[in-house]
Structures are given as structure tokens and as C-alpha cells.
Design a protein around this ligand. Structure first.
Ligand SMILES: [Zn+2]
Length: 312
């Protein structure tokens, strides 16, 4: 079984000429391609894997679809399409956006880049606001080649690297707020219509979609200690408890787990957790489900036909 991950799936993006997303028409073409060649995993099939890991041999090359970040279009575009095709989608929700009317830092970064284009100007602005003392030195090296895998231009990579990984968590909000103001944008305008809400999650969940946790505030676990990480996960499952899913699923923010992650998730009764690290890219077999159910590998949709991002 292959697990494929998606983020933005949109028809077009008004006012953001440089925003990168998978177009809805290519998304549908990709699903057609998967259905014709491999088949899509259904809700019932996935649920069986919890108690019968050997059932995976019947799923052979089938594709399990997963969607990160709790984005609005996962309800308006993706969910109806999956219903039509009787396919399961697992949707990973960062729960902070259900509690506070504030976009996640990672999405503010996408929005800024989508608005202004190349990272050059943004990188310059950001470097004026960031002092070396505001950066993580102990973990920075872990992230150095992370963005080499993406086909962004150099300044975009460096902008993302600085804001997502090097800048210490406690400074992210303030630096991003300043950048948003400098670009003539507002925080409210970014948050508006960006995320799924309680009602949409309930409807999806009642119609055999799975809603999983994507932690609370979407912070990289490598920048948290064990206690902080456990709090991020626990809080998120508490907020999602109104859905009461048959299977507890989790997806690591930025796809990365720490040495504490497995224990934390086990203690909270998580059945399956998903990563998105390059060195973990593989099809899932029975052994993975039995031995590593909390670090299941996924492919980015751009690894397959029709999965490349469009702009604007
Ligand atoms: Zn994410």
C-alpha cells in the first residue's frame, strides 16, 4: 500500500499570484490515474488494518489518501470528490486553528510568498528583523538539506528555512506579524476561510472520512522537549474528542518525529502515525504495520503523475 499526502488543492488562488498549490483539475486527474492503475483504499479497508495487519496483502498497490493542515478546500473540494469515488481520506487537523482565530506560522509564510513572489525581498525584510540570538543553533543543522528536495528558488528556500526552522519558536509570531504589516496584509485576512471548522469536521467524520491530529500548534517536535511535545499532542486529541473516530491517527508537523514521539503517542492510544521524511519513503507492508505503526511513510503527491504544483 502506498500512502500519498496532499496539502493545498485549489481551483485558483485570487490575489496571490505566486501561491503554490495542486490544481483541483490535476487532483482529479491524479485520482483517475490512481483508480485506473492501483485502486484507492476505502474506509472499511483501512479500519480492518487496525486488528488485521495481514489484510494489507489484499490492498497490494492500493493508494491511501491523506491531507495535512486542516485546509478549507479539504471540505469544499476534496471531500465531495472522495465521496463520489468511495475512497477514504485521512485529514490531519492542527487544532490551534479551531481555538484561536489565527493562522499557523507555516501558512502565514506560504501566504506571504504567494502574495509577494520570490523570496528575495521577503528574505531581506526578514533578515532585518532577525538577530542571530533569535535563532536555534542546536537544531539548525538538522534542517539544512530539507528544502533541497523542493523545487523552490534559492531565496524562497532560504526564507522558509529561516522562518520555519532557524528562528526560535518564541520569536516566530512577532517576526511574521511585522512582515505581514510591511507587505500591507492583515492577519485576519489570512485566517479567513483558510481552515476547516467544527461543523465541517463533523460532517466529514459522519461520512466515513477519518479526522486525525496534526498536533496543536504545528510546531516541529525537534524544537520541543518531551513535556512540551506531550502537551501538544494531548491538547490536540482533547480538542478533537468531539469526533470520537474509530481509529486514532496522527501526523507529525513537518513530518518529523523526535525520540520521545513514539512513547507519547503510544500512551495516548494512537493506532497509526504518519511521517513525510525522504529517507522513509516506501510502500507500507505488514511488517511496517506491526513494527512501526507510529512512523508510517508517505509519498508526496508530486512524486506521481499530475501531482506537480501550479502557481497563482
Ligand atoms: Zn503540516
Amino acid at each position: 500500500m502506498k500512502i500519498v499526502m496532499y496539502h493545498y488543492v485549489r481551483e485558483s488562488v485570487k490575489n496571490l499570484p505566486f501561491f503554490r498549490y495542486l490544481s483541483f483539475s490535476n487532483f482529479k486527474k491524479q485520482l483517475d490515474f490512481f483508480e485506473a492503475n492501483f485502486g484507492l483504499v476505502s474506509f472499511e479497508e483501512f479500519c480492518r488494518l487496525k486488528t488485521e495487519p495481514d489484510f494489507i496483502s489484499c490492498l497490494k498497490n492500493k493508494i491511501l489518501l491523506s491531507f495535512d493542515d486542516g485546509l478549507k478546500e479539504h471540505f469544499s473540494l476534496v471531500y465531495p470528490e472522495l465521496l463520489k469515488r468511495k475512497a477514504l481520506g485521512i485529514f490531519f487537523m492542527p487544532t490551534a486553528v479551531l481555538e484561536e482565530e489565527k493562522a499557523l506560522c507555516v501558512h502565514k509564510i506560504h501566504y506571504l510568498l504567494g502574495h509577494g513572489g520570490g523570496g528575495g525581498k521577503l528574505l531581506d525584510l526578514a533578515l532585518k528583523l532577525v538577530e542571530p540570538s533569535m535563532c536555534e543553533s542546536k537544531n539548525a543543522y538538522l534542517f539544512e538539506d530539507y528544502y533541497d528536495l523542493l523545487d523552490d528558488e534559492e531565496s524562497v528556500k532560504n526564507f522558509k528555512l529561516l522562518l520555519n526552522y532557524n528562528l526560535k519558536e518564541e520569536f516566530k509570531e512577532e517576526v511574521l506579524s511585522a512582515l505581514i504589516k510591511k507587505c500591507g496584509l492583515s492577519e485576519a485576512q489570512i485566517y479567513e476561510n483558510y481552515y476547516l471548522n467544527h461543523e465541517e469536521l463533523k460532517i466529514m467524520s459522519a461520512n466515513q472520512m477519518l479526522i486525525g491530529s496534526h498536533a496543536h500548534a504545528h510546531i516541529n517536535f525537534l524544537n520541543l522537549n518531551a513535556k512540551e511535545e506531550a502537551k501538544e499532542v494531548q491538547k490536540s486529541f482533547e480538542i478533537l474528542s468531539f469526533l470520537n473516530p474509530t481509529i486514532r491517527t496522527f501526523c507529525y508537523p513537518y513530518g518529523e518525529f523526535s525520540r520521545n514521539s513514539r512513547t507519547i503517542l503510544q500512551n495516548l492510544g494512537v493506532d497509526f502515525a504518519f511521517v513525510s521524511l525522504d529517507e522513509y519513503k516506501k510502500d507500507i507492508d505488514e511488517e511496517d504495520l506491526r513494527l512501526n505503526p507510529l512512523t508510517l511513510s508517505r509519498y508526496d503527491c508530486n512524486a506521481f503523475k499530475f501531482g506537480k504544483a501550479s502557481m497563482g
